[in-house]
Design a protein around this ligand. Structure first.
Ligand code: GLN
Length: 492
């Protein structure tokens, strides 16, 4: 708006963002800063506005791009040595949509290589530091994007969430992050991790900003056959969006017949809701201050007339085990294409074709990437397929059913994002199982394909940020964002 009204130029906004990015260089947020490209785009937007043309809903808004999205600007490395020097001839669909509305990418952000991790310490380029305590991790895998938003360098940033990579770093840095319903935003042009779990989403400082970028990026894409119809197309929502007791009994928005899934309007968002709390997570595995933050939010909700219901979800404790079978299986398949021939880096030390493959993969992947390739090939091997992969696939269906049953009893679920807040750099990086345990509460949403929204929830005694996640049924994304506004608290 300020740009359209000519009170500020796109060039000024981009220059400010670039200056801040340089100022915070020691946080290791960016793998690449595109000063020249961003200023050129800003000049184009300013010229458009000077000519009186419509420059788009995000005209001149600087944003940061997780470095696993293809864009014609800069190499796409996914923070992995094996992809260094990989230029893209195309823009990912999400990138193309944001840029068509005038958003300006100022740089690419650091991640755990190939998005494998929960701290950004698995990056070939070194870890990103937490926005509130430089001795702690940024969270991951989208650590760079989260810190870029938390330090106010950009208004929003893209992320991918396969098992928590948007929600967990958002909560570690005190901002909002959404993992949409599987398929809401096209995955075309995004480096694949585990294709049945991967979701494109965003980081922002308010639910309103998330709503805006979601409405721009979402929608069906012929280039991604798993993509769903538009975010704002209510007819496309299916029955699930209005499922749940409150939706069935709440007053209908004027003019919309009962039974038709409704868009989130202020009236709908304010209707009394039933909020589920998962009893199975109320124990010592979860940090006491996070549990206290959850209780505080429940009180806030009750004071606004919402009802808290306790849920028993005994299958969720298996989600982590299921995830760490299905996800590596898909990783092993997706990473088989990096052979030193078609993309980026190729090992210099090879005499024949076999050693090109072997040495490139050995030198190019990070240890965590290799661990997942090995686990994935093991669980898919003919001797172990039935015992591991097939069993995990069946358990995944049980998790989907458990969530469906939970949403018969409540409209949304409120739960911690992870068992702990930001941990110390180096604390878990050499202990993969300890790192995997951090994903205890985030992965089940990806297995079930349902949306989750990380919201700020105050601070721990030592000043670190706490976060919670709001979880909804399939395609309730828009309603989740609308409801998050009710949970806003000035102390967060
Ligand atoms: N931390 C999880 C993992 O390591 C999730 C990563 C992600 O969502 N990309 O697999």
């Amino acid at each position: 708006m300020k740009i359209a009204n000519k009170t500020v130029t796109a060039t000024r906004l981009v220059k400010d963002a670039l200056e801040k990015a340089k100022h915070f260089a020691d946080y290791n947020i960016f793998t690449f800063i595109d000063e020249e490209g961003a200023l050129k785009r800003a000049a184009e937007i300013d010229a458009k506005i000077a000519r009186g043309e419509n420059a788009g809903r995000l005209a001149g808004v600087p944003y940061a791009l997780k470095d696993n999205f293809l864009s014609r600007r800069g190499d796409t490395t996914a923070s992995a040595h094996i992809l260094e020097g990989t230029a893209s001839p195309i823009d990912a669909t999400a990138v193309a949509k944001l840029e068509a509305e005038g958003a300006i990418m100022i740089g690419r952000t650091n991640l755990d290589a190939f998005a494998h991790g929960s701290s950004t310490e698995n990056s070939y380029f070194g870890p990103t530091l937490n926005a509130y305590d430089k001795t702690r991790v940024a969270g991951g895998s989208s650590g760079g994007s989260a810190v870029a938003v938390a330090l106010d360098i950009v208004e929003f940033a893209t992320g991918t969430d396969t098992g928590g990579s948007i929600r967990q770093p958002a909560s570690f840095n005190g901002i909002y992050g959404i993992k949409p319903t599987y398929g809401t935003i096209s995955r075309y042009g995004v480096v694949a991790m585990a294709s049945s779990l991967d979701c494109v989403g965003f980081f922002a400082k308010s639910p309103e900003d998330l709503d805006l970028v979601m409405s721009i990026a979402a929608g069906q894409d012929p280039k991604d056959m798993t993509s769903l119809p538009d975010y704002y197309d209510d007819d496309a929502y299916g029955d699930d969006a209005s499922a749940g007791p409150a939706a069935a009994s709440s007053p209908t928005v004027a003019g919309v017949p009962a039974g038709v899934p409704q868009a989130a309007s202020p009236a709908d968002a304010k209707a009394a809701k039933k909020i589920g709390i998962i009893k199975d997570f109320d124990n010592d595995v979860v940090n006491a201050e996070i549990r206290e933050a959850l209780r505080k939010k429940c009180k806030l909700l009750e004071s606004k007339g919402h009802e808290i219901v306790e849920l028993e979800m005994p299958t969720l404790k298996y989600a982590l085990a299921v995830y760490y079978i299905i996800q590596p299986a898909e990783v092993a398949s997706n990473l088989s294409r990096y052979d030193g021939i078609r993309y980026g880096f190729r090992s210099e030390n090879s005499q024949d074709l076999d050693s090109v493959y072997k040495n490139t993969r050995d030198e190019g992947f990070m240890p965590e990437n290799k661990r997942r390739i090995m686990i994935g090939n093991f669980v898919l091997s003919s001797g172990f397929y039935d015992a591991y992969f097939l069993k995990a696939a069946k358990a995944r269906t049980m998790i989907i059913n458990e969530y469906a049953a939970a949403f018969d009893k409540c409209d949304f679920i409120l739960t911690p994002v992870s068992p702990n807040y930001a941990f110390k750099l180096g604390e878990k990086v050499n202990d993969p199982v300890a790192m995997y345990l951090e994903d205890l509460m985030s992965v089940s949403l990806n297995l079930a394909g349902i949306p989750g929204l990380a919201i700020p929830a105050g601070e721990a005694k030592d000043g670190n940020k706490l976060g919670l996640q709001l979880v909804g049924p399939r395609r309730s994304d828009k309603n989740l964002i609308a409801f998050a506004k009710e949970l806003q608290d000035e102390n967060d």
